[in-house]
Design a protein. Structure first.
Length: 246
């Protein structure tokens, strides 16, 4: 998050959004490298990542570019690449934590961290890192002074924090139950759903043909994956006799 936010000082917001649209790719790659999910991922998963990423890219390319914009800095692009790499590392590490939890608790069939345990440890470590960096750069003192001078801002910050915490509950439930790739799919595509909803809610908003094409590609990719999972036959359960033979 630090790299992503810092990058906005050197690149335009559309550039940042466009690059972050590819988040599923590093998460997918690090899931294989760190969590050993190469055997779990099927051809369908590869296709889903490719189709959804392509759809989001087409959607973002279809946005109207603002005139008189400053050129994107290589340093800013480098920060975005670092952010994407760390996104993938985080996703792969989260999947590895789930696997390790099962390995060190063989007596428990469904041993795993709860969503709120994952949420607490992630936010606690993030808060420690953010406070340390903010204090080292002097932003902590200036930020507190600014909030002190603007009491009304504190209410907005607390409201945002509460809404963010509530939203994170669902995100970590997804992470605990379905893994990093599914969670990234949801968080990557939710912007398109929000944009489409804003179009239907407010007639003043509109999407061009390229953006609608991107939406269709994303929806087709997600629906195709859902249909395959719904029609997939469950693996046959082994009988007690077969287990004894093994």
């Amino acid at each position: 998050m630090s790299s992503s936010n810092e990058a906005l000082r050197y690149v335009s917001y559309p550039t940042q959004v466009l690059c972050k649209s590819c988040k599923m790719v590093p998460v997918f790659i690090f899931g294989i490298l760190l969590a050993g999910k190469g055997k779990e991922y099927k051809i369908v998963d590869y296709l889903k990542v490719a189709v959804v990423t392509a759809g989001v890219l087409v959607f973002n390319f279809g946005k109207k570019a603002k005139k008189n914009g400053k050129p994107d800095s290589p340093w800013g692009l480098g920060l975005i690449c670092l952010s994407l790499t760390l996104d993938g590392f985080t996703g792969g590490l989260q999947d590895k934590v789930k696997t390790t939890c099962k390995d060190i608790n063989p007596e428990k069939k469904d041993a795993k961290l709860t969503p709120f345990e994952m949420m607490f440890y992630s936010n606690f470590s993030g808060a420690v890192f953010a406070i340390a960096v903010a204090a080292a750069t002097g932003q902590l003192q200036s930020g507190l002074a600014f909030v002190t001078r603007s009491p009304a801002l504190l209410k907005a910050i607390m409201t945002f924090a509460c809404c963010s915490a509530l939203g994170q509950c669902f995100i970590f439930m997804l992470l605990a139950e379905f893994g990093a790739l599914v969670t990234t799919t949801v968080t990557t595509t939710r912007k398109i759903f929000s944009t489409v909803y804003s179009v239907f809610r407010n007639p003043d908003n509109s999407l061009n043909e390229m953006q609608w094409t991107g939406c269709i590609i994303v929806f087709v990719g997600i629906l195709f994956d859902m249909v395959l999972k719904m029609t997939k036959k469950p693996a046959p359960k082994e009988d007690a006799k077969d287990k004894k033979k093994k």
